[in-house]
Structure formats: structure tokens, C-alpha cells
Design a protein around this ligand. Structure first.
Ligand SMILES: Nc1ncnc2c1ncn2[C@@H]1O[C@H](COP(=O)(O)OP(=O)(O)O)[C@@H](O)[C@H]1O
Ligand SMILES: [Mg+2]
Length: 163
């Protein structure tokens, strides 16, 4: 595939980054010359990891992916897109249940910044049930999550939960 000389932004909480996020990032960088996974503050969520920890884990997960440059942005997605010169927003859709909220956000972002296109990507089926929430819940309840996250995320989870 010839890559588009377009920068795409992939916003999220990444609390923490999972193999589902990484799957979406890898698909995105096949299409676009630059992909910016961007940690944004979601006021509806109470994060387990600090912004610094999340960025550290996200950077580690992307270290071998050329053209992928994770950032933290304190503000609106549309302002992050402008700052980094992104004209496409990537979001992952796992199930129909993701769609309603994603549609609402895409339309809101478009009304704030007309030139910004939202692109929905679908992960490999094996990740279609995976979420940061589930990783934290399963780990917190004593489950094994090593197939769902990077070794560094697994290590940081161990520290957070004092295992
Ligand atoms: N397992 C997964 N497969 C595909 N997309 C995913 C997966 N987990 C999360 N995503 C997508 O990644 C993006 C960021 O998700 P998340 O970190 O939960 O932040 P947010 O707070 O914006 O939902 C969202 O578009 C979400 O749908
Ligand atoms: Mg989410």
C-alpha cells in the first residue's frame, strides 16, 4: 500500500495501552505516514495510571513502530489535531455498542473542525473483546493478563496492585 502523506491522530485514555490499541496503531501506520497516539484527558474516567505512566507505557509499546509518535495533550482533540497537523482521527470499533458514542463524538469533532475526518478501524477478532477496563478488572481479581498487554504494562500493573 502506498502511504498517504497524512498525519493521523489516535486519541484515547490508554489506561493502560493494550494489544487492542497496538493492533489499531499498526493498521493505521500502514495507511498514513505519521500516526500520533494521543493521551487525552477523559473527564468521565478516573484513571489508574498517571498521564506520565500512561505515556511511558504507550511509548514503550510503540518504540519499534516507525512513524508512530505518542504524545500527551491537555485539551480538546481538535486542538491536538491542529497542533500536530493531523487531518484524520482514528478510532477503534470493537462492537456495535462502541458505535453510538463514537458517532456522537465524530459529529461533535466535525462541528468543531470541519476538515477533520474520523476513520473507524476494526481490530483483529481476538482483540474485539479487549479493553483497558477489562484488563484492570481481570488483573485486580487475580487473573492473568499477559496475553493482552506488553511485558512492561504487565510489570507496572503488578506494581500498582502490589502483587
Ligand atoms: N481492543 C480494542 N480493539 C480496537 N479498538 C480499541 C480496543 N480498545 C480500545 N480501542 C479503541 O481505542 C480508542 C481509545 O480507547 P480508550 O483508551 O478506551 O480511550 P477512550 O477513553 O477514548 O475510550 C477508542 O477508539 C477505542 O474504541
Ligand atoms: Mg474506551
Amino acid at each position: 500500500m502506498t502511504k498517504k502523506k497524512i498525519t493521523a491522530i489516535y486519541p484515547g485514555s490508554f489506561d493502560p495501552v493494550t494489544n487492542g490499541h497496538i493492533d489499531i496503531i499498526k493498521r493505521s501506520i500502514k495507511i498514513f505516514s505519521k500516526v500520533i497516539p494521543a493521551i487525552l484527558v477523559n473527564p468521565e474516567k478516573k484513571p489508574l495510571f498517571t498521564v506520565e505512566e500512561r505515556l511511558y507505557l504507550l511509548k514503550d509499546a510503540c518504540k519499534d513502530l516507525e512513524g508512530v509518535e505518542p504524545v500527551f495533550f491537555d485539551g480538546l482533540l481538535v486542538d491536538a489535531a491542529k497542533k500536530y497537523g493531523a487531518t484524520v482521527v482514528i478510532r477503534g470499533i470493537r462492537a456495535v455498542s462502541d458505535y453510538e458514542y463514537e458517532l456522537q463524538m465524530a459529529l461533535m469533532n466535525r462541528s468543531l473542525y470541519e476538515e477533520l475526518e474520523t476513520l473507524f478501524l476494526v481490530p483483529a477478532q481476538e482483540y474485539s473483546f479487549l479493553s483497558s477496563r477489562l484488563v484492570k478488572d481481570v488483573y485486580g481479581a487475580g487473573g492473568d493478563i499477559k496475553n493482552f498487554v506488553t511485558p512492561l504494562v504487565a510489570e507496572k500493573l503488578r506494581e500498582k496492585f502490589n502483587r
